[in-house]
Design a protein around this ligand. Sequence first.
Ligand SMILES: Nc1ncnc2c1ncn2[C@@H]1O[C@H](COP(=O)(O)OP(=O)(O)O)[C@@H](O)[C@H]1O
Ligand SMILES: [Mg+2]
Length: 320
Amino acid sequence: MTEPVLQVKNLKVYYYVEAGAVKAVDDVSFDLDFGVKMGLVGESGSGKSTMALALMRMIRPPGKIESGQMILDGMDLVKLSEEKMRQIRLRKLAMIPQGAMNALNPVMRIDRQLVDGMLDHGVVMSKEEREARVGQLLEMVDLAPKVAKMYPHELSGGMQQRVTVAQSISMEPDVIIADEPTSALDVVIQRQVMDTINRLQQRLGLSIILIGHDMGLMAQSVDRLAVMYAGKMMEIGETRAMFRSPLHPYTRLLIESLPVLENKGVFSGIPGITPSLLNPPEGCVFHTRCPKAWDLCREKIPEFAEVQPGRWVACHLHTA
Ligand SMILES: Nc1ncnc2c1ncn2[C@@H]1O[C@H](COP(=O)(O)OP(=O)(O)O)[C@@H](O)[C@H]1O
Ligand SMILES: [Mg+2]
């Protein structure tokens, strides 16, 4: 086994609001291995976007990285200066944003937007080299060469999202974080953009963290799945193994609530509501909704432990 490309250790990210600290990411740890695509799933408000922004070191006040480590390529991103972090974004670690429309500059042609990041990083290119690189990037995301001279509004939502994918790979980073990259697009287009991302991963050997709330969609394209709930990591494992035998009751409920073909579109959901992250329940954060909870679950926070090789779970059923 090689060293992971990214290691997150005991990461805490809180937002300080008037009523107190919102524990959006609370003591989360995981590894991402080279060339692996990991899906990060969880209900809305579970801390997925906060996790992504923390990795990019883009948490803004009232948010703050409280403690923990994010080790990429031997460097702890938590400790890096803003200047050093600027050098690392795009070059080592890049993010595909959720809304392509907002991420692109409406008054700038696509070719400019594709090379801007490279120029920011001091890449020196002749006009010919620039054109060649733009052509190559467009080809990699399955866009026609003529897109280079177009403006964002001339492109469909799917094409715009492809441009942001091209931007994200322009400096050939090791790790790409995609926060619900296709959720604003219709299902057919989502599939196509996902296919492109999958092929790029193969071609460039990328490691990817793909964030989403649709576990079913996710399951079709990720090697590993990480399940978050109320700021905590609940379970991580190989996708098929997670579906075959979910260990955490929350993972099981998520899988069982997936719409199946026979009752198409009917999403049963999980009974109960997500807890307040200002004042999370004592013990296991999931105990208030967990069908298997007992006394211990109400008292003691379960340790996030590796219970089988590559399989991690935070549940007293498996670690007590
Ligand atoms: N800027 C902010 N200020 C205060 N609370 C925030 C802010 N951003 C996110 N949160 C809170 O942090 C928690 C996690 O949010 P988020 O990371 O967006 O979750 P997800 O992406 O899984 O939906 C939520 O309770 C949310 O309300
Ligand atoms: Mg989010």
